[in-house]
Design a protein around this ligand. Structure first.
Ligand SMILES: [Zn+2]
Length: 249
């Protein structure tokens, strides 16, 4: 048996680092074991997965299609938008720490980890095979500059890799720096993001665009992005959505 001294050394260093400054599960905050990343095995096993990725009709797609199928300009011509999320999001639940870490704590690696987890599940399903472009919900440039990155872009990048699709961060632009949506009611959220986005997609042509955000709450932001994309892409282009968290109630 040969010993891989480099692996041995790295594991030794990791173990030593864990002793000095323990890495913690971002969900339950318990110490991580040497082989665990971001989340402990228990939290991964108990994650309230939606399984929406293998169902063309689900509570998230129903909610989203209710909004887009009633649009006056495309009524009756709109293809059914597919929708999926990795897990059920609850404001009081411990899994809320995942999007929080990615959005506010600069935990880009966790964004990649959970983005990849969703992307791999989608890649195994027929619904998503023809996705040829993945578009993150954009941040206003001022907010992105302040935060240093766009969390939706991190997640979208991993999903695009898994689906072998193009990741396009330039197709949508946020014209207005909108207020944070957290404290607004449903109507307020719609008003807040109405006409906030514009599509910059000259000469582009796609079959199936996937819009990506971190959490789906009322769907108002994704709906506004959808409408902006529709000004450039005709109804022959299906526009679907994917997020990490879905607020189910
Ligand atoms: Zn945990």
């Amino acid at each position: 048996m040969t010993i891989n001294w480099l692996d041995f050394g790295l594991n030794y260093l990791k173990a030593a680092a864990d002793l000095l400054l323990p890495r913690r599960c971002i969900v339950c905050k318990n110490k991580l074991l040497l082989h665990e990343k971001h989340s402990c095995m228990h939290c991964l096993a108990d994650m309230p997965l939606t399984y929406f990725w293998n169902r063309s009709h689900n509570p998230m797609s129903d909610k989203f299609n209710l909004a887009i199928q009633n649009s006056l300009e495309t009524k009756g011509r709109e293809k059914y938008a597919y929708a999926c999320a990795l897990f059920y999001y609850d404001n009081d639940g411990i899994y809320r720490h995942i999007p929080y870490q990615i959005k506010y704590q600069g935990n880009i690696q966790a964004g990649k980890f959970f983005g990849k987890m969703l992307g791999r599940r989608m890649a195994a399903e027929a619904l998503w095979q023809d996705v040829d472009c993945v578009v993150p919900v954009p941040l206003h440039w001022k907010r992105k500059w302040k935060r240093g990155y766009n969390q939706a872009e991190i997640i979208a990048g991993e999903i695009a890799l898994a689906l072998h699709a193009e990741a396009d961060n330039g197709i949508l632009r946020r014209k207005r720096n909108t207020m944070t949506q957290t404290r607004l009611d449903v109507k307020g959220k719609e008003e807040n993001v109405k006409d906030a986005f514009e599509a910059v997609a000259e000469g582009k042509d796609f079959r199936h665009i996937l819009l990506v955000d971190d959490i789906f709450t009322t769907g108002a932001t994704l709906h506004a992005c959808f409408q902006a994309l529709r000004t450039h892409f005709g109804t022959e282009t299906r526009i679907s959505i994917a997020t990490l968290g879905f607020v189910g109630h």
